[in-house]
Write a new protein. Structure first.
Length: 254
């Protein structure tokens, strides 16, 4: 039986202030939590292994998802609900989850080296999930995986992939090499991607920063340095597009 939900009627309520702070990286780091919005994302979040701290409902909203037993439910007046959500016209449900670790395991990993655009990161995560990748290694200077825009762009894939944020990405990749992984660095001065040599069944594909590419310490670790062909006049591809092409090509025989 669900307890009678607490009603939050003021944006100054301490709980509302805390939830609102989760829109920003500082607030998420301070509280070790993040917020998801909307029926689809909240449903996927509640079905995932992430610990759920609270479910938030807009007043008079009737949820279409099963609410977990024992999780506090709060009913927020319309203006309070709008204040804690990031979208302009939020749906009537959200959830607060703990940023619990989910190790990046399995034979097909993606390493992100300084990705800064939330839309790119969300698209890359979603594509990695679709292509059959099993986990993410993210440098500490990447945009937050739990920012509202990344979560929306990823369309729930954050809840299906493992992820690690190693203090040093190059050292983490060196450790993977010692385990038998190949490390594939995507870079404009690499060898032709479609003419690459054999790649181990266990590998890490590295996607670099939108402006500066893969960092030099990571390049030095790589076993393969690869570039996509540019037959037209463009000098480079969007990071998410390049990642998608490479991920699907590397997994097409699975």
């Amino acid at each position: 039986m669900m307890n009678e939900p607490e009603i939050i009627s003021s944006v100054k309520n301490p709980k509302a202030v805390l939830w609102r702070s989760l829109k920003e990286a500082k607030g998420r780091k301070e509280h070790g939590a993040f917020l998801v919005e909307g029926l689809r994302l909240t449903g996927e979040a509640l079905a995932s292994s992430f610990p759920v701290q609270a479910v938030l409902l807009r007043k008079n909203f009737r949820p279409e998802v099963a609410l977990p037993e024992g999780v506090p439910v709060f009913v927020l007046e319309d203006h309070v609900f709008a204040s804690v959500c990031d979208t302009v016209s939020p749906q009537g449900i959200a959830a607060v989850l703990t940023m619990a670790p989910r190790p990046a395991e399995g034979p097909r990993l993606l390493a992100l080296d300084g990705i800064q655009d939330p839309g790119n990161l969300g698209t890359i995560v979603r594509t990695a999930d679709a292509a059959g990748f099993t986990g993410l290694l993210m440098s500490r200077d990447c945009v937050s995986l739990f920012s509202p825009k990344v979560l929306r762009s990823a369309m729930g894939s954050v809840f299906r992939l493992g992820f690690d944020f190693p203090p040093s990405l190059s050292e983490a990749l060196e450790a993977k090499k010692k385990e038998g992984f190949d490390v594939l660095s995507s870079q404009l001065d690499g060898d032709p991607f479609f003419e690459r040599g054999p790649v181990s069944p266990s590998f890490v594909l590295v996607i670099g920063n939108e402006g500066n590419g893969v960092s030099e310490p990571v390049r030095r670790v790589a076993t393969h340095h690869l570039r996509l062909p540019m037959a037209g006049g463009a000098e480079s591809l969007n990071a998410a597009v390049a990642a998608g092409i490479m991920m699907y090509e590397l997994t097409r025989d699975l």
